[in-house]
Design a protein around this ligand. Structure first.
Ligand code: B12
Ligand code: SF4
Ligand code: SF4
Length: 335
């Protein structure tokens, strides 16, 4: 077995559902990142301004890189968040064990094995300045869909990416074909018009607004967020490639994808940590989740939330107060 084959086999043994190898060269689409940032589509994610040049070529992040191992770890075992009156909807990835820690520990083992073979590498899981989806597409894991997600023919798009930049020229995999065809279901499913054919305006995307955006959510964006309190899966739910997605199940759900808005808005620090401490939502913090739950109450159309929102309208926190007053103004008066 070649080093490339052995490395992919090690990744699969470590829990990866899919694994592939790309050359450590930027794909032509890497240059699109610069335009995306310049057009302001990154919103307030300032890290893109700082490291756009590094992101475009993995060798600027790890100069020894000759190849890139990219792995996908499915979380398709969780159920989609349904729209249920009074409930907040949570994206599937967010109800699992925090993938940053879980995948890092698995990939650490693969890196240790690589070092035993006399090679070396550097690990990435989400937070490093690496265009993970683009390297994933080049490594043959799948194609970048119209919803901007990397989609695998075998496991759909409900997977997280982790990988290794490797200091050896390894036999690369062939890129997978684009299988979107004439389908446009994700574009139709996006409630806020954030998607335009493989280009996402983060400023309009609920997943950006409810997780990345700090402080008050711009008024014109609030209605489009519906009852999503953490992330959004609508452009993946719509995708036919997720209908039969399977998983080996390394990432298992810890929570349901719907929780009572009343409960979420009322959580104190301890309650928040108990519920979300092991999930990626810990970084959203209690205040962010409370803001999103209060906003979702306004989008729920349920007069029953008026009492909670009336007391929220006197909250000492200006963000929670303003959000509560906006939500209150949208609800019908009690019959
Ligand atoms: C910033 C970020 C976000 C931002 C911006 C998303 C975006 N579309 O850029 C926000 C907060 C909105 C977000 C949301 C989500 N994210 Co996010 N996010 C990231 C992060 C940290 C950087 C992404 C980035 O560089 N964006 C900048 C844009 C320009 O780059 P890009 O989307 O990769 O785009 C490239 C391609 O589209 C390509 N391209 C453009 N046109 C074409 C045409 C063709 C033919 C080809 C081949 C390529 C191509 O060129 C671009 C680069 O120049 C990555 C982790 C990482 N380090 O890569 C995770 C990551 C992309 N996110 C992930 C997830 C799971 C999500 C959510 C599903 C979470 C949720 N349920 O709420 C949503 C999905 C929203 C969506 N439709 O994309 C996963 C995606 C896994 C997958 N299967 O694709 C990643 C890889 C994290 C991980 N390690 O698992 N995310
Ligand atoms: S995550 Fe939601 S808001 Fe963002 S692009 Fe997909 S459907 Fe649109
Ligand atoms: S919904 Fe259709 S167009 Fe969108 S990513 Fe899936 S296959 Fe492609």
């Amino acid at each position: 077995m070649s080093l490339a084959q052995e490395l992919k086999e090690r990744a699969r043994q470590a829990g990866a559902d899919i694994a592939g190898i790309a050359p450590a060269q930027p794909a032509p689409q890497a240059a699109l990142l610069e335009d995306w940032v310049k057009a302001g589509l990154a919103g307030s994610m300032a890290f893109f301004q700082r490291d756009a040049a590094v992101r475009q070529d993995i060798r600027r992040w790890y100069p020894q890189a000759r190849s890139v191992l990219v792995c996908g770890f499915s979380y398709a075992g969780s159920a989609a968040a349904p729209a249920v009156p009074g409930q907040g909807r949570i994206a599937r990835y967010a109800v699992h064990e925090d993938y940053h820690a879980a995948l890092k520990s698995r990939m650490d083992g693969v890196l240790a094995w690589l070092r035993q073979q006399g090679a070396d590498g550097r690990l990435f899981v989400d937070t490093s300045p690496v265009l993970e989806r683009l390297y994933g597409a080049a490594a043959g894991l799948g194609w970048i869909g119209r919803n901007c997600l990397l989609i695998s023919q075998d496991i759909g798009s409900y997977f997280c990416i982790a990988g290794l930049a490797v200091d050896r020229a390894l036999e690369p995999d062939a890129p997978a074909p684009d299988l979107c065809g004439s389908c446009r279901k994700c574009l139709q499913a996006c409630p806020s018009g954030a998607l335009a054919e493989r280009r996402l305006d983060a400023r309009l995307c609920s997943a950006y607004l409810n997780i990345e955006h700090k402080g008050i959510i711009p008024e014109g964006r609030r209605a489009g967020m519906g009852c999503w309190v953490a992330g959004c899966d609508l452009c993946q739910e719509a995708c036919p490639w997720n209908d039969y997605a399977g998983t080996k199940g390394l990432l298992q759900p810890l929570l349901p994808t719907q929780l009572s808005l009343e409960r979420l808005a009322a959580l104190d620090e301890l309650g928040f940590k108990k519920l979300f401490g092991a999930t990626p939502l810990l970084r959203l913090k209690r205040r962010g989740l409370a803001r999103n739950a209060i906003l979702a109450m306004g989008n729920s159309g349920e007069a029953g939330f008026r009492t909670i929102l009336e007391s929220g309208g006197a909250d000492p926190d200006p963000v929670l107060r303003e959000t509560a007053l906006w939500s209150l103004s949208r609800l019908p008066l009690r019959g």
